[in-house]
Design a protein around this ligand. Structure first.
Ligand code: ARG
Length: 295
């Protein structure tokens, strides 16, 4: 007999975020297939869309701490890539700072380090200034007690070893092969303890099979759905999925599972290849609760 409860079993994390207010958001260079410096975002509209996203998260009961944007770092609005933040059992935060693949974004890390350290967090890096392994935190997720990390376009496979050692957790690597889904968060979105949005087309065959194995109840989206709607680049607050767009089929599945869907238009940020999840970085993933100690 199936005793699985029908409703969501909400994630314990996802109720506290950092985000970067887009006061200097531009497309100055092209480091992913979505970016074209000839097609600039509207700065006023971007700011309005960002504030609407923050208000939505707050209305759902989440806290959002705002990091100021550096004038020389147009992509810093994608706060998810500042670093991987975990809460230790003693309540103190640790940030594994990103070591960006592209030099255009590397200066963001220095600001992130100062901001987090000033608020009592400890920090570490897997590499820095172009030397050592690359890690971009948009590739990393807590799911099923393990750290699930994409590698390929941005994060180096070697970074996964550093993460496992530094944090004392089990790390599952997934090889990303799709140039348009260059961070795992464009293809994967944990929804609750058993469910996640998954786009297998982002990964090589072996990793796609592994991901479908890791998620007891996957909501599979096509390459086209993921790339044109950014629907996997969503965040979940309790039972509510905050999405940039939601194809009808996806909405029907989410609602049948007992989730609410809230759509927030962040179209201006799609011009730089990022959406709802990229604009936010959860700081309440707890070691020992959401990430089990490695055996
Ligand atoms: N323009 C940014 C980059 O290419 C977009 C980052 C999107 N962030 C994310 N977490 N997927 O780095």
């Amino acid at each position: 007999m199936d005793t699985t409860p029908p409703g969501p079993r909400p994630l314990a994390w996802g109720r506290h975020y950092v985000a970067v207010e887009p006061t200097h958001f531009r497309v100055d260079y092209a480091i992913n297939p979505f970016m074209d410096p000839a097609d600039q975002p509207d700065p006023q509209l971007a700011l309005r869309q960002w504030h609407a996203l923050v208000r939505t998260l707050e209305r759902l009961g989440a806290r959002v701490d705002v990091v100021p944007q550096r004038a020389d770092a147009p992509d810093m609005v994608f706060a998810m890539n500042l670093g991987l933040v975990v809460e230790r059992p003693d309540g103190r935060r640790h940030v594994v700072l990103s070591h960006m693949r592209h030099p255009e974004r590397r200066m963001e890390t220095a600001s992130a380090r100062r901001w987090f350290e000033h608020r009592g967090a400890t920090t570490s890096s897997v590499g820095r200034d172009g030397v050592g392994a690359h890690l971009e935190a948009g590739d990393a997720f807590a799911f099923g007690g393990e750290l699930v990390v994409g590698h390929g376009p941005r994060t180096d496979e070697l970074a996964l070893k550093h993460l496992a050692t530094d944090l004392g957790v089990t790390v599952r690597g997934l090889r990303t092969t799709h140039p348009g889904m260059y961070h795992l968060d464009l293809a994967f979105c944990p929804l609750d303890a058993r469910r996640a949005i998954v786009c297998p087309a982002a990964l090589d065959a072996e990793s796609a099979a592994l991901l479908l194995d890791l998620v007891p109840e996957p909501l599979v989206v096509s390459e086209e759905e993921a790339l044109t709607t950014f629907c996997a680049n969503s965040v979940v607050v309790g039972r509510t999925v905050v999405m940039p767009a939601c194809p009808e089929r996806v909405r029907a599945r989410l609602e049948a599972w007992g989730f609410d869907v809230v759509v927030v238009d962040v179209s201006q940020f799609h011009k730089a290849g990022g959406s709802v999840r990229c604009l936010t970085n959860p700081v309440d993933v707890r070691l020992g609760r959401d990430l089990a100690p490695a055996p």
